[in-house]
Design a protein around this ligand. Structure first.
Ligand SMILES: Cc1ncc(COP(=O)(O)O)c(C=O)c1O
Length: 385
């Protein structure tokens, strides 16, 4: 099956549900067995045993995602941050050392600082662009390498196959937040990754109405992750799993269209006098373009725009007039969004210096309308400057 066909068919079982095309929402805490032996011998990780470990709806989503991404197993949990936390907790204990890319999503870094360090884990940040030289940072007690490629604020691409080869030589896993790359545009397990994390809240759900995270893993690691999620009681509700599975069915056309729209807007922005640079690995001018082209089959519709020097108040005046770009957290839905992040605050080994940085998420609107909106915002900035 080719990928687009798989997205339409994976995880379905109409013969089990009166012919219904979609696996229905099956809500259950208690699950009944025919007798004591059947109850006692059931495997909670691979079959339906109790609501916290998943009903058929969650298993269907996990099965579909595993097929699409090429994981041995996927575990759905309550949020992307929960997926990150579970994955980091699964492989660390006091006295361990871990390597985390310096450009990771803010709450990932916060979890490392506020939780892992307090638990006695030595967290070291590394330059995301270091590639195979990450091995220079390995110590006897290094337990994992955490990546996010591209970083979701500053969009550096990482050489995941090189990092993966270095980590494999040491027998430690590479964990990667692949939310941007999506399961559609990136096959992580062929590219050096052992544990693939998604905020399914973004493109997988795709409609800005569910919070969910998923963790895909290889044969060697999935049980450790599943056990850790179970130990902490992390789960994902059947209703949310149903919506995520529904989102997955249209992932391919949404992503293709959003990428096309994003390229349209990004190329226009590249020509504007107000713009210093566009941070988007899908543009040939981007430093990460060669890695993106080599490793991924498409690009998410999230990118950065560095403006030429302007005061914050002028930038905000321009952004406040936008009609189609919403001001709000997250991305991956059908709607366009803008944020005004400050990456310099959350890096330690690769200081970030730039003019004002915008992060745009391009939705399914007509890109001409989005361009007109941004053009009007630039007019306001020029007047206010
Ligand atoms: C790259 C990245 N990873 C993880 C998350 C966390 O996802 P969630 O909001 O589902 O917890 C986000 C959310 O913005 C994100 O941008």
């Amino acid at each position: 099956m080719r990928m687009d066909t798989l997205l339409g068919h994976a995880g379905r079982a109409p013969e089990r549900f009166d012919g219904a095309v979609n696996v229905p929402v099956i809500r259950a805490s208690t699950v009944l067995f025919p007798d004591v032996d059947a109850h006692e011998t059931s495997d909670r990780f691979t079959s339906v045993t109790y609501g916290r470990h998943g009903t058929t709806t969650r298993f269907a989503l996990e099965e579909a995602l595993a097929q699409v991404e090429g994981a041995t197993r996927v575990s759905a949990v309550s949020s992307g941050v929960a997926a990150i936390a579970v994955s980091l907790l699964a492989f660390t204990r006091p006295g361990d050392h871990i390597l985390v890319a310096d450009n990771v999503y803010g709450p990932t870094r916060h979890f490392c600082e506020a939780r892992l360090k307090r638990n006695g884990v030595d967290v070291e940040y590394y330059d995301p662009c270091i590639g195979s030289r990450v091995s220079e940072y390995f110590r006897a007690n290094t337990r994992l390498v955490f990546c996010e490629s591209p970083g979701s604020l500053t969009f550096e691409m990482q050489d995941l196959p090189a990092i993966g080869a270095a980590a494999r030589a040491r027998g430690i896993p590479v964990l990667a937040d692949n939310t941007w790359a999506t399961p559609y545009f990136f096959r992580p397990f062929d590219k050096g990754v052992d544990v693939s994390i998604h905020s399914a809240t973004k493109y997988i759900v795709g409609h800005a109405d569910v919070i969910m995270g998923t963790i895909g893993a290889t044969e060697a690691y999935w049980r450790t992750i599943r056990q850790t999620a179970a130990d902490y009681g992390y789960t994902a509700s059947p209703d949310d799993c149903y919506l995520a599975l529904r989102g997955l069915r249209t992932l391919a056309p949404r992503l293709r269209q959003q990428m096309q729209n994003a390229l349209h807007v990004a190329n226009w922005l590249s020509t504007r006098a107000e713009v210093a640079r566009v941070l988007y690995p899908a543009l040939p001018s981007d430093p990460g373009y060669a890695l993106w082209k080599r490793d991924m089959t498409g690009a998410a519709s999230l990118f950065g725009v560095e403006l030429k020097p302007l005061s914050d108040s002028v930038v905000k005046a321009g952004l406040n007039g936008l009609r189609y770009f919403g001001h709000g957290a997250s991305w991956g839905g059908f709607e366009s969004l803008v944020t005004f992040p400050k990456p310099a605050r959350s890096r330690s080994v690769t200081p970030w210096q730039s003019g004002p940085l915008l992060r745009l998420h391009i939705g399914l609107e007509d890109p001409q309308d989005l361009i007109a909106d941004l053009s009007a915002a630039f007019d306001v900035m020029r007047r206010e400057a």
